[in-house]
Design a protein around this ligand. Structure first.
Ligand code: NAP
Length: 285
């Protein structure tokens, strides 16, 4: 039976590290850390995420600046705000909550954020830096996954790592981070043939596809580390992952639950990125 990887505990440890360093920077260097969170429209899920980010900022001692814009905000108005925030010294990190309303081009907005303040690490410059291993920030969810794998004591070097999903925000950067830790990485997607066989070869399996209970125990190698990034809302309102937990936990050595696995890590890593941004902007790191 697998051991549970406790995302809440690991994320609390990350936030405690950030809070300690933030307090020290304030005491010793008078440095304050600020995160601007921009939300456009009234999407309820986005509202919950933004509130959670604000709460996390308070918990670690950051200033948070919320900009809640009307659904009818034009792309030009949003770009103007991003430009103002790029120049605002109180703001070390800028997060524009996605998805944006359909009339706004997300790419144009992401590209307008100064790469130094791009704490989501979505800007093409930061994406490129991850490719060459010279990054300042890592995208929050894949970075959180790396921290969870690390918490199991697993050495990634030489391990067969399989990532299911190739999105720009999870699958692709995840594969790159595992490669940088010397894993032998296979990326799977909706056109992959023999998915089950490939999964059965995985010592480390990261699943990020957005399909409830898609990966079942018979697809998992005995003793594998299984990380479930998926967050799917069932008809009964319950949250569930991309991995069928009951059958998978019988095969895995370590497994993340949903909720309480990868989810809490994403915000913790956002706090870490914002602290890194503040230090870099102050010339400390
Ligand atoms: P996405 O952009 O929709 O990408 C899904 C990926 O899964 C695609 O690459 C797709 O392949 C692949 N896929 C879909 N069906 C498949 C199948 N039957 N077999 C193999 N691959 C398949 O999703 P995402 O943004 O990466 O998110 C993935 C999941 O993670 C979602 O449930 C999301 O809610 C969750 N998530 C959680 C967090 C967190 O903080 N916990 C953060 C981000 C995302 P193609 O490229 O071929 O279409």
């Amino acid at each position: 039976m697998a051991q549970l990887i406790d995302g809440k505990a690991v994320s609390a440890a990350v936030k405690a590290e950030v809070a300690e360093e933030t307090a020290k920077l304030k005491d010793e260097k008078g440095l304050k850390v600020g995160l601007a969170v921009v939300i456009v429209g009234n999407d309820p899920a986005s509202r919950v995420y933004v509130n959670n980010k604000k709460k996390a900022c308070e918990a670690v001692g950051f200033q948070s600046y919320e900009y809640a814009l009307d659904e009818s905000t034009t792309q030009e108005q949003l770009l103007d705000l991003v430009n103002v925030l790029n120049r605002d010294d109180r703001v070390n990190g800028i997060l524009v909550q996605l998805p944006l309303p359909k009339h706004i081009d997300e790419k144009a907005v992401i590209n307008a954020i100064s790469p130094d303040k791009d704490v989501d690490a979505f800007h093409p410059i930061n994406v490129g830096k991850i490719m060459i291993g010279e990054y300042s920030f890592l995208p929050c969810t894949p970075a959180g996954v790396m921290r969870l794998i690390e918490s199991t004591g697993t050495d990634i070097t030489g391990k067969q790592c399989v990532v299911i999903g190739r999105s720009n925000i999870v699958g692709k950067p995840q594969a790159m981070l595992l490669l940088q830790k010397n894993g032998t990485v296979t990326i799977c997607h909706s056109k992959t043939k023999n998915l089950k066989e490939i999964c059965l070869g995985a010592d480390i399996l990261v699943v990020a596809i957005g399909r409830a209970n898609f990966v079942t125990g018979d697809m998992i190698k005995e003793g594998a580390v299984v990380i479930d990034v998926g967050m799917n809302r069932l008809d009964n309102g319950k949250l569930c992952g991309d991995v069928e937990f009951e059958s998978a936990e019988k095969k895995a050595s370590f497994i993340t639950p949903v909720p309480g696995g990868v989810g809490p890590m994403t915000i913790a890593m956002l706090m870490k990125n914002t602290l890194t941004a503040a230090k870099q902007q102050a010339g400390i790191e």
